[in-house]
Ligand binder design. Structure first.
Ligand SMILES: [Zn+2]
Length: 467
């Protein structure tokens, strides 16, 4: 995209934002019913963005797809997907999993604590409650098992889910720019929701006829890959070939004959091949076979595998996974967990990658990663252009030094494969625009407060009676 196109698009964003300052004013949106008088402490509405994950419509630095803002996903899950704890806790009482675990005194204590807390705050979800300071302090005083019981209960409450139709309707309103596999998975889910609108996805995906359909598809693909490996193993040297054939036999056993509920089958199969390869010195033929083994379907690359994995998860976890892969996440340019080379967790080591690309990159150097994903070179530039636009227009704050630092970090990590152009950055303009936004905001707020008869006293806003 040309910078002029971005400009046009974000000029409209800036003007909308200015109008939204009035609409989104939290002081006003928390205004009580018109015949009451109340105090509220002042809170500044969002005037600036200070986290790159909150830039609207930012595209992934790798795949270039539009990402969902991080906060928007949290808000969506909290408000639309998870049930409030007060309801979920009542309902898990009837779940088998809860009845079985209820015997322990730690679970009993955690349950009654959470039940009482949620009764006082009936709209909060379990995630909300577990972030409250009082709850954290109460947990600190408990034994490790006692504290763990809170997390166990949270996981159980995730089993309480909305029906399939509701979930499809809500995700449709959110309109995510799904990646390929997720787009297909969502279409499958849409189709299932039409067929079974009042059931949860967990129940639907565990119906024998549905489960068998996806499992058969998946197994056919797995056997196809194993056959390809068998064919390719013909060219291996005589001492390695029997080891690979043995690994194929074990792989078939794992895929075909083990219980469908057993997890991590794919990684165990890959491990079988890896241990066979360790004995070989013929790197070229081993790489060829390793590449075929890598193409074994996983829930990230294949829709049937996604559905089978989904059947083992709760409905809410399926939604979390689906949206999590489109979410704008911080990617450590210098990997955080690379042995002997831990990259820092600061904005000067972060770029925005969608959950899916972030997961794929892991600890790989960009020198190798850009060979697999050459589109990253262009897409990282597009992302930086947009970030610079938000800095220059005074919307993104705290990022003035970001372009230089990230340019350097990317050059080092990719051995110059990624060399972005940051010449459009204009810190002077950014400073000026920030001041202007601040002024405009203060003026707008004053005008609205006057119109709504709100006045400030000390740190509190006071709402007059309205008739
Ligand atoms: Zn991506």
């Amino acid at each position: 995209m040309k910078i002029s196109a971005i400009n046009n698009r974000y000029n409209s964003y800036v003007s909308i934002q200015n109008q939204n300052t009035a609409i989104a004013n939290p002081v006003l949106s928390r205004q009580p019913a018109c015949d009451t008088v109340s105090f509220k402490s002042a809170a500044l509405p969002r005037l600036f963005i200070n986290d790159l994950r909150e830039i609207p419509d930012l595209t992934c630095g790798c795949c270039g797809k539009k990402m969902l803002q991080n906060d928007a996903v949290n808000k969506f899950l909290n408000e639309k997907i998870y049930y409030p704890a007060s309801i979920a806790l009542k309902r898990i009482k009837n779940e088998k999993i809860f009845k079985e675990s209820k015997a322990s005194k730690e679970m009993k204590h955690a349950y009654s604590y959470l039940r009482d807390y949620s009764a006082k705050h009936p709209k909060l979800t379990m995630n909300d409650i577990l972030t409250k300071r009082a709850v954290k302090e109460a947990r600190r005083k408990l034994s490790p098992e006692g504290s763990e019981a809170f997390d166990e209960i949270r996981e159980m409450t995730k089993l309480i889910a909305h029906n399939s139709k509701y979930i499809i309707d809500e995700i449709t309103k959110l309109n995510p720019d799904f990646r390929k596999v997720e787009k297909r998975a969502f279409k499958e889910l849409q189709w299932l929701a039409k067929k079974y609108p009042n059931e949860t996805f967990h129940t639907i995906l565990n119906k024998p006829e549905i489960h068998n359909h996806y499992l058969k598809n998946l197994e056919a693909k797995q056997m196809d890959i194993l056959n390809k490996i068998e064919f390719a193993s013909e060219s291996l040297e005589p001492d390695v070939k029997p080891l690979v054939l043995d690994a194929i036999k074990n792989a078939k056993e794992i895929f075909k004959n083990e219980e469908p509920s057993i997890r991590h089958k794919r990684s165990r199969v890959i491990a079988e091949f890896q241990s066979a390869f360790e004995k070989s010195n013929n790197h070229a033929s081993v790489k060829k076979i390793a590449d075929i083994a890598d193409s074994l379907p996983s829930s990230v690359t294949d829709v049937d595998a996604f559905m089978i994995k989904g059947s083992q998860k709760s409905t809410n976890t399926i939604v979390e996974t689906l949206l999590g892969r489109q979410r704008n996440t911080f990617e450590h340019v210098k990997p955080h967990h690379r042995i002997g080379d831990n990259g820092p967790s600061t904005i000067y080591n972060y770029i925005g990658l969608c959950g899916k690309c972030n997961l794929e990159r892991q600890r790989m150097s960009y020198e190798i990663f850009t060979k697999i994903h050459p589109e990253m070179i262009e897409n990282e530039q597009l992302q930086m252009d947009k970030i610079i636009y938000f800095i220059n227009n005074g919307i993104l704050t705290g990022y003035d030094k970001y372009p230089q630092e990230i340019k350097k970090a990317l050059q080092v990590e990719s051995k110059n494969a990624i060399n972005i152009d940051i010449s459009r950055l204009n810190p002077e303009q950014a400073k000026l625009k920030r001041k202007l936004r601040q002024l405009l905001y203060v003026e707008t707020k004053k005008a609205i407060d006057k119109q709504n008869k709100v006045f400030k006293f000390g740190k509190c806003y006071f709402y007059k009676k309205r008739h």
